[in-house]
Design a protein around this ligand. Structure first.
Ligand code: SF4
Length: 709
């Protein structure tokens, strides 16, 4: 019996895995899991069935190489596959330069993998071209958090704090379906007499729990926030003392929200002015307010501005840093938080250090035993990277770990055509995903129960997934793959072993550089020890966290410098900007990148369903999970107008492509909006690749569409 955590979402529910003959059984029967702070013994159906891939005939157990001329696959040994990949990477680097090779990671990879992948890209390949699918998850909230607070930790407080607040405003979150065990906090809040507000173009199971439900036009969460702040200021409900003592920049924001009176907001968002007043009254009368955003607010070309607008509301009410109050982002992927802290992002080095910061480069180079000058600069963001593949100036190869790009990328048909232009596409996956099927080489890797590693959940709590079973013969850990390639590329792995006791400081750059004599680590705990050193002194400081501490303490919150207890709650005394103050940031509403037209008169939005997860590469292969396939949700008024019938096919068209799928006619969606879940091929052939100027988040959540029966 092994205590571990769920393979899927950012809640990272504690679960117990036991062997029952050839089967692996999921339970929460251990004392530890019954009292796990994040799920208290509850799991959603994805968690209960997570072991379903164990023994599946769809598991890949041997490296596969595809013949480009015939398209035929043949099995290869690991040595053959890794030799082939390394030789091609070296050739491309010699001919086109280091940036000819690119790496694409995932928000589901453990911290150790994310760290090692970032190091592999910078040290072994020397490429700046690395990013990951987490860019498409919460990057707008990350960008906004960095601007406003000087740090990005999804929730700056434990999730259970929700129960103790007075009003919880959920903007673009369907918590009850995406992470059901977390919804108990909303129920307990309401039992205490608190109020829940949900803002969403669809009335979801989360909206059904709300005391106040607002149903805006997709892409208009931002003007709603401007309107709320307008009303709060007009009512004298802003906290002038807090604003003066703990923030800067309010006067500019105050001036700009003055133009957003409720009737103006109603015209833009479709939310009645009376409802906006009701929300403002609720907030003005509450002592403790929590504003939580998720993908609905964030996955827009103005996602960062939208989050900043809601952050401005929280700051104006004086909430961030107060008990059971503030702003938080509900991260989506299992390691969406840790995955963005340790170096697989185009602009980052471990510890949430920025790659263009000379001090950060010197510190990390010291840990890696290399010259800081050799660390490449900032690379392309996820979509920009994919968009550049195979172009004259773009990468010629792509190594993909933990991502199913052709299902999850926006404008997915275009992305698939870019992949086809590569000289080499390598995918490490446990099954033949849609992206793996396009690869030149597919490497079979372990799934979560077959490996150990740390994850950082949506609260910033670092937890430990323990290996419960041995992997099938022929399958290797991603860490072995990285080490195998790095060794073949003769990459230096000269980690300073003294780094934890005396890590290199920025003013000791004269320290001798260690040449590549030592081997690339494959043991997760060893890599975590190195990660601790690399993160030391950074914003996401893990140096005081050890595997033993995580086991003993049910997870440890970062920042956790050596000797620290960890930090469950941020901002109680200070924010992370040099002056200790939070920033109001003045933002303007531009509207969706693509406006509706006579040809495309509807809004298309995308999202998740309870039984599936992300691109569905795992959950669609689990027999116990219902898989009804892709569908198009539309309102009866719209269905009447286009002549659609429930269950019959309809065609959704956008400027990028079309999708034919059964209609699901519901009264819970706006009549001007259609919804398509993104777990199946098709939804993202429709979505818009317009990017947020700051976070580079694509506009997954709204584009102009047409529907015909
Ligand atoms: Fe918990 Fe999320 Fe796993 Fe469901 S998918 S069991 S909510 S971690």
């Amino acid at each position: 019996m092994t205590d571990t955590h769920c393979p899927y979402c950012s809640l990272q529910c504690g679960m117990t895995l036991s062997r029952k003959g050839p089967r692996l059984e999921v339970s929460v029967r251990s004392q530890k899991n019954r009292h796990s702070p994040v799920n208290e013994g509850a799991l959603c159906r994805k968690g209960w069935t997570a072991a379903g891939l164990r023994g599946s005939r769809e598991r890949l157990t041997t490296p596969m190489v595809r013949d480009r001329a015939t398209g035929e696959w043949s099995a290869a040994t690991w040595d053959e596959a890794l030799d082939l990949i390394a030789a091609k990477l070296a050739e491309l680097r010699d001919v086109h330069g280091a940036d000819a090779n690119a790496v694409f990671g995932g928000g589901g990879l453990t911290n150790e993998k994310a760290y090692q992948l970032g190091k592999f890209a910078r040290v072994a390949l020397g490429t700046s071209q690395i990013d990951y699918n987490g860019r498409w998850c919460m990057s707008s909230a990350a960008s906004a958090g960095n601007q406003a607070f000087g740090v990005d930790r999804g929730l700056p407080f434990p999730l259970a704090d929700i129960e103790q607040t007075d009003v919880c405003v959920l903007v673009g979150s369907n918590l009850a379906e995406t992470m059901p065990p977390a919804a108990r906090h909303l129920d307990r809040l309401r039992e205490r007499g608190g109020r829940v507000v949900v803002i969403d173009p669809r009335l979801t199971p989360t909206g059904e729990r709300a005391d106040l439900f607002l149903q805006p036009v997709p892409g208009t969460d931002l003007p709603l926030a401007l309107g709320v702040l307008h009303l709060l200021d007009a009512a004298g409900a802003v906290d002038e003392d807090y604003i003066a003592e703990r923030t800067t920049g309010f006067q500019d924001v105050r001036r700009s929200v003055a133009a957003w009176w409720p009737e103006m907001v109603e015209r833009v968002s479709g939310v009645e002015a009376a409802q906006l007043r009701e929300l403002a009254d609720l907030l003005a009368g509450a002592e403790k307010v929590m504003v939580l955003t998720a993908r609905g607010a964030e996955q827009h070309a103005q996602g960062t501005a939208t989050v900043l607008a809601w952050l401005n509301v929280a700051l104006a009410l004086g909430m961030p840093g107060r008990p059971f109050s503030g702003y938080g982002c509900l991260t989506g992927q299992g390691n969406g938080q840790g995955g963005r802290e340790h170096g697989q992002k185009a602009d980052q080095l471990p510890g949430y250090r920025m790659i263009d910061d000379p001090a950060a480069r010197a510190h990390v180079a010291g840990v890696w035993g290399i010259d800081p000058e050799t660390i490449p600069g900032k690379g392309r963001s996820a979509y920009e990277l994919l968009d550049a593949l195979g172009t004259p100036d773009g990468p010629k190869s792509l190594l993909v770990f933990g991502s199913n790009i052709v299902v999850s990328a926006p404008n997915a048909s275009h992305v698939a055509s870019r992949l086809a232009d590569l000289d080499l596409l390598v995918v490490a996956d446990m099954v033949m995903s849609e992206t793996a099927a396009l690869a030149d080489v597919v490497l079979p890797v372990t799934q979560w129960a077959e490996e150990t590693g740390t994850m950082t959940n949506l609260e910033g709590r670092v937890i430990l997934r323990n290996q419960a079973i041995t992997p099938p013969d022929g399958v290797r850990n991603d860490l072995d793959v990285i080490a195998g390639l790095a060794t073949r590329l003769e990459a230096p792995a000269g980690v300073r072993r003294d780094v934890l006791v005396d890590y290199p400081s920025v003013d000791r750059q004269e320290r001798p550089v260690v040449s590549g004599a030592t081997r690339w680590q494959t043991d997760p705990e060893e890599i975590f020890t190195e990660l601790r050193a690399a993160s030391k002194g950074g914003k996401a400081d893990y140096s005081g966290i050890t595997y033993d501490r995580i086991r003993e303490e049910d997870g440890v919150f970062w920042p956790c410098p050596e000797g620290s207890d960890g930090t469950p709650r941020l901002f109680t005394d200070t924010f992370f900007h040099a002056d200790g103050r939070a920033r109001f940031v003045d933002v303007a509403h531009r509207g969706p990148a693509e406006q509706t037209t006579a040809d495309f008169p509807l809004h298309l939005t995308t999202g998740r369903v309870l039984a599936q997860y992300q691109s569905g590469a795992q959950t669609r292969r689990i027999k116990e999970l219902p898989d009804d396939g892709i569908f198009v949700e539309l309102h009866p008024l719209l269905a009447d107008r286009v002549g659609a019938h429930d269950g019959d096919p309809v065609v959704v068209r956008t400027a990028r492509g079309e999708l034919k799928a059964p209609a699901r006619i519901v009264t819970t969606i706006r009549p001007d909006t259609v919804f398509v879940p993104f777990h199946w091929v098709g939804a993202n052939r429709l979505t818009n690749d317009a990017l947020d100027p700051s976070s580079r988040m694509p506009e997954f959540k709204v584009c102009a569409a047409a529907v015909t029966a």
